[in-house]
Design a protein around this ligand. Structure first.
Ligand code: HEM
Ligand SMILES: [Cu+2]
Length: 604
């Protein structure tokens, strides 16, 4: 640690550590928030392709149940004997797909990746408040991913545990008797989650401190880009929700390994065996697991989507050449969503035998989240209204984000009503709902960030033609995949079933299953276009100017890529709000935050 000179905080942003001298310190165990951001980004990119691969296997099975695939036989001789995916194998695919996507893609890329890279720069700081902690957060996330990958390979007959990403007790607490992958598989899976919780906790402390303490001169709170508000609120949500999941995970591990029974009730029969007589484990509450899990789980969906919301506001304003409509309302809406998100977890438990009066309370609070969400949506439309839109790839993905957020959000209003949820619960309807809103909307946020910031991060532009191709195929693809999920849900197709062709009433959904799988293959192909674009542009992309999008915030004032300490030791001074586009009377249609006044000052 010799090269770290400790921060002096008098002026908020003055903070220096000397540049690294060895290869290891530069690229692997780096303290530089930019390197760490890129590490998080690539970890998420890798995980996204793993998660996507697992979903493709599920889709093959759902569209062609019982069909033998030679490559499956070779790859998984025991989990897919004769090339046919077993129901247990299918369940493990569901589990690991959900886990990897939620934790290692959606929680990792927007916050750990882009947040790490751009929060310090957008507030005019040289690094995060605690660089060493930042490095530890990344490597703890890496260990978490290693455990998740180990869980994939620890049982021959499955690809990990089979209880879903929600790991409901008591089956997750009982060990191998509850099914293949439920012993060692669950232990590795929950260890992975525990490491992930610790990493996110450390990261959130860093984000909160950095944003509150390290803003440069003139950067008052109401002059912060909305991206920063979103990362900050996300960090607060992480700080308050991950500890609960960590505690639940440790208790689950005790149940698995230590003979405790936090989640194992008296008189549990599994496969005809009375558990409590075998193991003396009794007296616990499986519903306790659901409370702890969903107390984390609901804020988690906002952890996934808030950074995308902040970025969408930012990008819509930049490419519409107009100030964000209702800046303050947007900040308060982010807070409101974050706060209300802690009081609605019960909407995941309407089926758990909860008192109907409690359910009504959860239902009402859930519906009130529609208010700040609608404020955000109308303000996005307000920003676009009467504007001269530049349709570059980042803008297309932001518009896609708004569209997916609305289509996914509307069905949330259905599911938030107890009476409607009871009949739709555990069908494909919620699966369609959450894929649109938290799955692909958040992924579109990640794509927006990639296309928007790539020139700054790597000093080269991504290819626009390939970017547009990627956008159009993906946008049509995800709608063609996930809107039919709702239809299947209304027909009654149950989720987490490996075949839908055994019951007569479901025969009608089989053609839809095949259609969806074809769309999945096309959409996945488009993701390889994206992957190619990333790596090709890294090597061969056009050199990027300092400010290719004619944007206003601090990152567009410094070279692409930024030097080691971001601002070359000079503390930038901020004179304006972040979204001064098309200000009447100004020479250009944008004024950078660092341009001294002359014109009116926005915000304050
Ligand atoms: C390539 C696009 C994707 C496809 C085709 C896809 C497909 C699927 C399928 C078929 C299921 C299983 C449904 C069931 O049997 O219950 C599933 C579950 C799930 N997916 Fe995706 N998915 C995709 C992307 C994502 C993304 C981006 C996320 C990120 C949030 C995600 C999160 C989940 C979760 C949390 C589950 C539930 C797992 C569980 O029930 O435990 N998926 N997905
Ligand atoms: Cu929820």
């Amino acid at each position: 640690m010799a090269e770290v000179i400790h921060p002096t905080h008098e002026s908020g942003g003055a903070h220096h550590h000397a540049p690294p001298t060895t290869w290891w310190r530069k690229y692997v165990f780096s303290l530089d928030h930019k390197v760490i951001g890129i590490q998080y980004f690539f970890l998420a990119l890798f995980s996204a392709f793993v998660g996507m691969g697992l979903s493709l296997l599920m889709r093959l099975q759902l569209a062609y149940p019982g069909q033998a695939f030679g490559f499956l036989k070779t790859l998984f001789p025991e989990a897919a004997p004769n090339g046919v995916i077993t129901p247990e194998m299918y369940l493990s695919l569901v589990t690991m797909h959900g886990t990897i996507m939620v934790f290692f893609v959606l929680t990792t890329a927007p916050q750990g990746g882009f947040g790490n890279y751009f929060l310090p720069i957008q507030i005019g700081a040289a690094d995060m408040a605690f660089p060493l902690l930042n490095m530890l957060s990344f490597w703890t996330t890496f260990i978490a991913l290693a455990f998740a990958i180990a869980a994939l390979f620890c049982t021959a007959t499955t690809l990990g545990p089979i209880g879903g990403w929600t790991g409901y007790a008591p089956l997750s607490a009982l060990g191998d008797i509850a099914g293949p992958g439920q012993g060692l598989g669950v232990q590795l899976w929950v260890t992975s989650i525990a490491f992930f919780c610790v990493a996110s906790l450390l990261g959130s402390l860093n984000f909160i401190t950095t944003m509150l303490n390290m803003r440069t001169k003139g950067l008052s709170l109401m002059r912060l880009p909305l991206t920063c508000w979103a990362w900050f609120t996300t960090a607060v949500l992480s700080l308050l929700s991950f500890p609960v999941l960590l505690a639940a995970g440790v208790l689950l591990l005790f149940d698995q390994l230590g003979g405790t029974s936090f989640f194992i009730p008296t008189g549990t029969y599994v496969s005809g065996k009375l558990i409590s007589s075998e193991t003396e484990q009794s007296g616990g509450s499986p519903i306790l697991w659901q409370h702890l899990f969903w107390f984390f789980g609901h804020p988690e969906v906002y952890i996934a989507i808030l950074p995308g919301m902040g970025l969408t506001s930012h990008v819509l304003s930049t490419f519409a050449r107009k100030p964000v409509f209702g800046y303050k309302a947007m900040v308060y809406a982010i807070f409101a969503i974050g706060l209300l998100g802690f009081f609605v977890w019960g909407h995941h438990m309407f089926m758990s035998g909860m008192d109907p009066r409690t359910a009504i309370a959860f239902s009402l609070i859930t519906l009130t989240i529609g208010v700040p969400s609608a404020i955000k949506t109308f303000n996005w439309l307000g920003t676009l209204w009467n504007s001269q839109i530049r349709f570059d790839t980042p803008m297309l993905f932001s518009l896609g984000f708004v569209s997916l957020f609305v289509s996914g959000g509307i069905t949330g209003l259905f599911l938030g009503q107890t009476t409607v949820d009871i009949s739709l619960h555990d069908t494909y309807f919620p699966v369609g709902h959450f894929h649109l809103i938290m799955g692909v909307a958040a992924i579109f946020g990640i794509f927006t960030g990639t296309y928007f910031w790539f020139p700054k991060m790597f000093g080269r532009k991504m290819n626009e033609g390939l970017g547009k191709l990627h956008f159009f195929i993906s946008f049509i693809g995800v709608n063609a995949i996930f809107i039919p999920f709702h239809v299947m849900g209304l027909v009654g197709a149950p989720r987490r079933y490996s075949t839908h062709d055994e019951l007569n009433f479901l025969k009608s959904v089989m053609p839809l299953h095949r259609f969806i799988t074809i769309m999945v293959i096309i959409t996945i192909a488009a993701q390889f276009v994206f992957l190619f674009n990333v790596f090709w542009s890294l090597a061969k992309g056009k050199k990027a100017e300092v400010n290719p999008w004619e944007a206003t915030t601090l990152e567009w004032d410094i070279p692409s890529p930024p030097p080691f300490d971001n601002f070359g030791g000079v503390e930038p001074v901020v004179y304006r709000g972040p979204y001064e586009f098309s200000v009447p009377g100004e020479a250009k249609d944008y004024s950078m935050q660092t341009e001294p006044p002359g014109a009116k000052v926005h915000g304050d």
